[in-house]
Write a protein that binds this ligand. Structure first.
Ligand code: URA
Length: 205
């Protein structure tokens, strides 16, 4: 993990490197919720910080809030979220057992893909969240989350189906629930991935 990103004063400017320490997720939320570092601040309804167990062993990371998430200020509460709930339930977890968040905290207009500069502006918030939660395992949903966190351009086929050691975390990559809604044939791969997640969790947590 790049320590320099943790040390930026993320509430002001990307370029001002100052040590910033947050005591807990609540304090980080209070600091981040009015973020104006990128253009998405002007079109969002809510900054979607994320939610769940602040001491979770697993952090689930998606791409960006959609319209329902923007309206409610909560991650994965629309159609994809309902499927994510079922996926978690199938391996014996509830939303309260994990922490759920996104790479990007504000909805991109028309649900377009996040732009590179938007991701760069937002990543420090995610890194601070991980620093406070200290999970053992990351579940990355979809290629945007996987390629951003792992800082690579590998395909889903290369990334899924295994445990990836990255920066002190054990990472499982699988399809984004929205992709599963479009391509139900991929559900069996996702099932393999989350069974792997569960067995790894039972081993290491
Ligand atoms: N898709 C995401 O990636 N995140 C959400 O919170 C909702 C849909």
């Amino acid at each position: 993990m790049q320590e320099s990103l943790f040390e930026q004063d993320s509430s002001t400017s990307k370029s001002t490197a100052q040590p910033v320490k947050y005591r807990d997720l609540h304090e980080l939320f209070e600091q981040s919720k009015s973020c104006t570092k990128c253009r998405l601040a002007s079109t969002r309804i809510n900054f979607v910080f994320g939610e769940g167990n602040p001491e979770a062993h697993i952090v689930v990371i998606g791409e960006a809030p959609g319209s329902e998430e923007d309206a409610q200020g909560r991650p994965f509460v629309g159609r994809s979220g309902k499927l994510l709930d079922k996926i978690l339930e199938a391996i014996g977890f509830s939303r309260e057992d994990v922490f759920i968040c996104n790479i990007i905290k504000c909805r991109p207009p028309e649900n377009r893909n996040p732009l590179t500069d938007e991701i760069e502006c937002c990543m420090p918030w995610l890194k601070l969240q991980l620093q406070l939660i200290k999970p053992k395992i990351l579940l990355l949903l979809g290629r945007v989350a996987a390629n951003t966190v792992l800082d690579n351009k590998q395909s889903m086929g290369n990334l899924r189906g295994r445990i990836i050691q990255w920066s002190g975390y054990d990472v499982v990559v699988t399809y984004h629930p929205a992709a599963l809604l479009r391509n139900p044939n991929w559900k069996r791969h996702c099932w393999e991935d989350v069974k792997l997640l569960r067995s790894h969790y039972d081993k290491v947590c």
